[in-house]
Design a binder for this molecule. Structure first.
Ligand code: NAG
Ligand code: NAG
Ligand code: NAG
Ligand code: NAG
Ligand code: NAG
Length: 391
């Protein structure tokens, strides 16, 4: 513990210069205009059933200022595979919270954003210093869980963590406040509160209060709110025997006033977080489950894209039979490792979006299981993709 914090201090000193340089880089970078938003901030809370989250007064307060997503699903259990899915378009069979490393040849939203010159960062409350890569960092005074790597999706991808310029963009919330003051916030950001603030080791009341306290001042801060979309959601529900439905709230000055206080019951899952960003900035895709995911409807309406209902593909399993409560097999599964690294669908084209050239180059001649389509419906452990049966 003591050694940890001493090391953190040293590393913090070492990173001061690079962080200061980053401000210059980010403020001087041209902003890339999106069709609907110029900035998106994604905030993830932890382990709460839909009804419980929707009943929290602080989250209700925020929901009244935006759009409630009432049919939004986590993709499996436990936490980490959901975070991994939300930026990479699959969880590769993961059914654990281990110190997993996604191989370097697997791309994420970071590659899609950087290809178009869109700035990004990950802000992790109480991560001791920029680019920290350990499994966790406990509160040095109390020993309580504080920062955990399993909730920091960018650092889990070797395609991010092994590149110093990218690692330098994985920061803590102190630096979020600095970047805010310096009007140097990036255009896409993933924000993870600590293990108390996100409800993991506390309650939905604590998570809701933290979120309202964090978000409310931002709603009227022009360094943040300038054609900005905020998504507040949860990684997974709490009761594994129930369908994995979580609350989603969309906020920001880009929400049309006619939609403020409304509910959108379109089917979404964590892959919608990627497809919405792709649709907004005209990005390429990862060729994985991002391709078929619904774009948030108010964005889809502007870009001229249709949202689909679960079950619109013939032969698909009814949504009422999908619990998304168990992972299919794959390299990260603790028990069922069959299936290998699924190969991106390099020929996938949906809503005018095609796969990132770098991904085509890396994977077009790869042999392996091809499981990704342009369909909305995604698999789970009870309805696994071919080759990834848990057996
Ligand atoms: C956040 O990161 C900076 C830069 O590495 C470090 O100096 C600071 O101590 C960290 N803050 C917290 C609360 O850990
Ligand atoms: C998490 O952050 C909050 C402030 O946002 C703080 O009150 C709490 O003590 C932190 N949790 C731990 C375990 O340190
Ligand atoms: C808001 O965005 C516009 C367009 O990118 C920019 O000109 C303006 O400076 C921004 N406002 C703030 C406070 O950053
Ligand atoms: C997932 O849900 C199904 C259907 O209710 C149930 O049979 C199964 O036991 C659940 N799995 C877990 C891990 O809870
Ligand atoms: C991607 O990396 C994994 C892990 O190193 C390796 O097994 C796989 O063969 C690679 N696939 C391609 C297409 O390069």
């Amino acid at each position: 513990m003591y050694l940890d914090s001493a090391l953190a201090g040293v590393a913090a000193l070492l990173t001061t210069t690079t962080v200061a340089t980053q401000y210059v880089a980010q403020t001087s970078a041209a902003k890339v205009s999106g069709k609907v938003f110029d900035r998106m901030a994604v905030i993830w809370l932890e382990n709460t059933n839909y009804d419980k989250a929707a009943g929290d007064p602080s989250l209700q307060y925020l929901a009244k200022k935006g759009i409630t997503l009432s049919s939004y699903y986590g993709v499996t259990h436990p936490s980490e595979p959901n975070y991994v899915a939300a930026i990479g378009g699959d969880y590769f069979g993961m059914n654990n919270d281990d110190h997993n490393n996604v191989p370097k040849n697997i791309s994420s939203i970071v590659d899609l954003l950087e290809a178009k010159g869109i700035s990004w960062a990950s802000y992790q409350e109480d991560m001791p210093y920029t680019g920290y890569q350990d499994t966790e960092y406990d509160n040095p005074r109390t020993g309580a869980n504080m920062y955990v790597r399993k909730h920091n999706p960018c650092v889990i991808y070797d395609s991010v963590a092994t590149q110093p310029s990218r690692l330098n963009l994985i920061k803590n919330l102190t630096l979020f406040q600095n970047d805010l003051k310096a009007n140097a916030l990036p255009q896409w950001m993933f924000i993870t509160p600590n293990m108390t603030s996100d409800g993991h080791d506390s309650s939905v009341t604590t998570a809701g209060t933290w979120t309202r306290n964090f978000v409310e001042p931002l709603l009227s801060n022009s360094n943040f709110m300038n054609k900005t979309l905020v998504l507040i959601t949860f990684d997974e529900n709490h009761d594994y025997t129930q369908p994995n439905k979580v609350l989603g709230i969309l906020l920001g000055d880009v929400i049309p006033s006619s939609l403020v206080g409304t509910t959108d019951s379109t089917f979404y899952d964590h892959y919608s977080e990627i497809s919405t960003v792709e649709a907004n900035w005209g990005l390429d895709t990862l060729g994985r489950f991002d391709v078929g995911a619904n774009v948030f409807k108010f964005v889809a309406d502007v870009v001229g894209e249709k949202v689909r209902s679960w079950g619109s593909t013939s032969g698909s399993v009814a949504l009422s039979n999908m619990y998304f409560n168990q992972s299919y097999a794959g390299p990260f599964n603790s028990k069922y490792k069959n299936g290998g690294w699924a190969v991106p669908n390099v020929d996938a084209e949906y809503a005018g979006r095609t796969v990132l050239q770098k991904i085509k180059d890396a994977w077009s001649s790869a042999s392996g299981n091809k499981i990704y389509t342009t369909n909305l419906e995604i698999p789970d452990g009870q309805h696994p993709p071919k080759g990834f049966e848990p057996k």
